[in-house]
Design a protein around this ligand. Structure first.
Ligand SMILES: [Zn+2]
Length: 111
């Protein structure tokens, strides 16, 4: 994934901390960024997994990881975490709706 200097916009090499164009020191918080990236990616994967049957727990994992990612101020991947949050809420809502419908249908059958 390409990175760009926050000062001059020059494209950066993957493993450099200094912009070769203007000398601006960039990405001094690599560990936090990697953590944020991992959290965001997990939230997207699990949030979307939540749409599939019997992976209800994916919605919960996606929701938790995306909220942690969004609340992390150093997280450059907060945007991706927000996508994960949307997917998690969407899949969670989907399952709540399905459980609700299942409950209503079951009651109708039993009656
Ligand atoms: Zn630069």
């Amino acid at each position: 994934m390409a990175r760009f200097c926050s000062n001059c916009g020059n494209e950066l090499n993957e493993n450099t901390d200094v912009c070769l164009s203007c000398g601006h020191l960039v990405n001094t918080n690599i560990r936090a960024n990697n953590q944020g990236k991992a959290l965001a990616t997990i939230s997207v994967i699990f949030g979307s997994l939540g749409f599939y049957p019997l992976i209800f727990i994916g919605s919960i994992v996606g929701l938790v990881t995306s909220l942690i990612g969004i609340n992390d101020t150093n997280n450059r991947y907060a945007g991706r975490s927000k996508i994960g949050l949307g997917l998690s809420i969407g899949s969670l809502g989907f399952w709540i709706l399905m459980l609700f419908l299942l409950t209503v249908i079951t009651r109708e059958i039993i009656r």
